[in-house]
Design a protein around this ligand. Structure first.
Ligand code: BG6
Ligand code: MG
Length: 214
C-alpha cells in the first residue's frame, strides 16, 4: 500500500543540470581544463563538495580544503545567479499535475534532495506548497547513496519506508532509495537506472492511477 511519494528535485522536478554544468564548466576553465557534458553526468545526485572533488580529479588538480571551499562557494554564486531567474514554466512536464492528483488521493508528499538550494528553486517554480515535508542538503549529513535523506522524509511524514515510493533520476539516488527499503521509480533511461524497480521517461507518461496499481 502506497502512503507517500518522495521526490528528488534536480532532474525529477526541474532540469537544473544545465545550470550546474555552466557553473562547473566556468570553474574548470578558470583552472585551465575542459569539462564536458559527459563529465557533468557524473555529478548528478552528488553533493556539492563531492562534485568539486570529481571535477578536480578530471582536471588532475589538487587544492587545500580551504581553497576548495572558496571554489565551491564561487561556483554556487554563479549557479544561484541562474536559478534565481527560474520560473514555473521550468517545472518538468506533468509534475505539477501529478502532485495535484496525489493530494486529491490523500497520498503524502516529500522532497528528498541533496541540494542546499532546494528552497530557492521550489520558491521560484512555485511548487513549495505542494510538498508536505522538505528534506534537502541543509538538513542531512550523509549524501546519497546513503538513505538518510529519504528516511528523514518518511519519518517526518510518519510513514513506514516500505509504504513510500521514491522518484529519482540519479544512480546514487536510486541506490539511496533501495538502501531505504523503498520502491523506486527511475526517471530517465532503463540503461542507466537499471537498479530502479520501474523506469519511466517522465511524468507526462505516468499517472497516479498507474502508481496505485504497482
Ligand atoms: C543534487 C544535484 O540534487 O544536488 C547535484 O543532482 C548537486 O548535481 C547537488 O551537486 C547539490 O546541489 P547544491 O545546489 O547544494 O549545490
Ligand atoms: Mg536528481
Amino acid at each position: 500500500m502506497i502512503e507517500a511519494c518522495i521526490f528528488d528535485l534536480d532532474g525529477v522536478v526541474v532540469d537544473t543540470a544545465k545550470y550546474h554544468y555552466i557553473a562547473w564548466k566556468a570553474l574548470a576553465q578558470e583552472l585551465g581544463f575542459d569539462f564536458t557534458k559527459e563529465d557533468n553526468e557524473r555529478l548528478k545526485g552528488v553533493s556539492r563538495m563531492q562534485s568539486l572533488d570529481i571535477l578536480l580529479e578530471i582536471g588532475g588538480k589538487q587544492f587545500s580544503d580551504q581553497e576548495k571551499l572558496a571554489m565551491a562557494e564561487k561556483k554556487n554564486t554563479l549557479y544561484v545567479s541562474y536559478i534565481e531567474k527560474m520560473s514555473p514554466e521550468e517545472t518538468l512536464p506533468g509534475v505539477e499535475q501529478f502532485l495535484r492528483e496525489l493530494r486529491k488521493k490523500g497520498i503524502k508528499t516529500a522532497l528528498g534532495s541533496a541540494s542546499k538550494n532546494a528552497p530557492l528553486i521550489l520558491e521560484r517554480i512555485g511548487l513549495a506548497g505542494w510538498f508536505d515535508v522538505i528534506v534537502d542538503g541543509n538538513s542531512i549529513s550523509e549524501a546519497k547513496p546513503n538513505p538518510e535523506v529519504f528516511m528523514k522524509g518518511a519519518e517526518k511524514l510518519g510513514v513506514l519506508p516500505e509504504r513510500c515510493v521514491v522518484f529519482e533520476d540519479a544512480i546514487a539516488g536510486v541506490e539511496a532509495a533501495r538502501n531505504a527499503n523503498m520502491y523506486c521509480v527511475g526517471i530517465g533511461e532503463p540503461e542507466t537506472l537499471g537498479l530502479a524497480d520501474l523506469v519511466i521517461p517522465g511524468f507526462n507518461e505516468f499517472t497516479v492511477e498507474m502508481l496505485l496499481k504497482l
